[in-house]
Design a protein around this ligand. Structure first.
Ligand SMILES: Nc1ncnc2c1ncn2[C@@H]1O[C@H](COP(=O)(O)OP(=O)(O)O)[C@@H](O)[C@H]1O
Ligand SMILES: Cc1cn([C@H]2C[C@H](O)[C@@H](COP(=O)(O)O)O2)c(=O)[nH]c1=O
Length: 221
């Protein structure tokens, strides 16, 4: 039975790496797969992992129809057994519904990867529909960590290292943007520090020695 699986987690927890690994493993066993992504940090038509691997991928746009994508490929003699769908939080609810139909009616496995919530802790449209429709939701095992050492569960948007709560939902960016750069950055935080809007920079953690940080962790600060 084909499946719609949603692999989710915070930014920087290894989703794109896993997407590339799954593509590699399934392809190595002779299955035909198609890679899709949208708004990858490395640019259009590419799926990139922070571990250094980048591969060409089909860019999802508002006009993408996944049903038509699979049917057209198969009509042209291409083997399509599975789809890898990275940055799936950016897909529309309708596109996620198409992915469900591709699984049910065309027996294609769909492996979708994405963050669930935005910098204001609200679900993205694509992620909301995936949570509603997926056969399985898998939270990535590799945990990104908050500056305090706790498991990071939320994505903060930063400007010069300071958390911001106003702005467009979609702004492509990366974690670990140096505080002296003007670019919008992101930082993963535990819920408590997201709620308190306390980033590594505003907490002063960036300046703490490892020993002091260990003591702060034990004290629950
Ligand atoms: N230099 C490095 N050495 C080892 N692992 C790294 C390195 N840089 C990044 N990583 C790993 O890559 C993960 C980010 O992978 P990536 O697939 O780009 O994340 P995501 O798609 O979830 O944003 C990090 O959590 C970390 O485990
Ligand atoms: C929280 C948040 C993130 N984004 C963007 C930033 C990145 O370009 C991607 C996430 O990519 P990753 O591979 O998971 O690191 O999403 C955004 O546009 N809006 C947000 O609120």
């Amino acid at each position: 039975m084909a499946e719609l699986v949603f692999f989710c987690g915070t930014m920087d927890c290894g989703k794109s790496t896993l997407a590339l690994q799954m593509h590699h493993n399934h392809t190595a066993r002779g299955r035909g797969g198609v890679l899709f992504t949208q708004n990858d940090r490395a640019g259009e038509h590419v799926l990139s992992s922070r571990l250094g691997l980048s591969v060409p991928a089909h860019e999802v746009t508002t006009g993408t129809d996944f049903w038509a994508e699979v049917v057209t490929r198969r009509s042209n003699g291409e083997r399509v057994d599975f789809l890898i769908c990275d940055e799936a939080q950016f897909y529309s609810a309708e596109q996620v519904e198409q992915l469900g139909a591709v699984v049910d009616d065309l027996a294609v496995d769909v492996f979708a990867f994405g963050i669930t919530t935005d910098f204001r802790t609200r679900l993205f449209a694509g992620s909301a529909r995936l949570l509603e429709l997926a056969d399985r939701v898998e939270t990535l095992q590799v945990q990104a960590l908050c500056w305090c050492g706790a498991r990071a569960t939320h994505n903060a948007r930063t400007e010069h290292g300071v958390m911001v709560v106003e702005g467009a939902q979609v702004v492509v960016g990366d974690v670990a943007v140096p505080a002296d750069e003007d670019a919008v950055g992101y930082e993963v935080l535990c819920r408590r520090h997201h709620r308190l809007r306390m980033t590594a920079r505003t907490s002063g953690a960036a300046a703490l020695s490892p020993q002091t940080l260990d003591q702060a962790l034990l004290a629950g600060d």
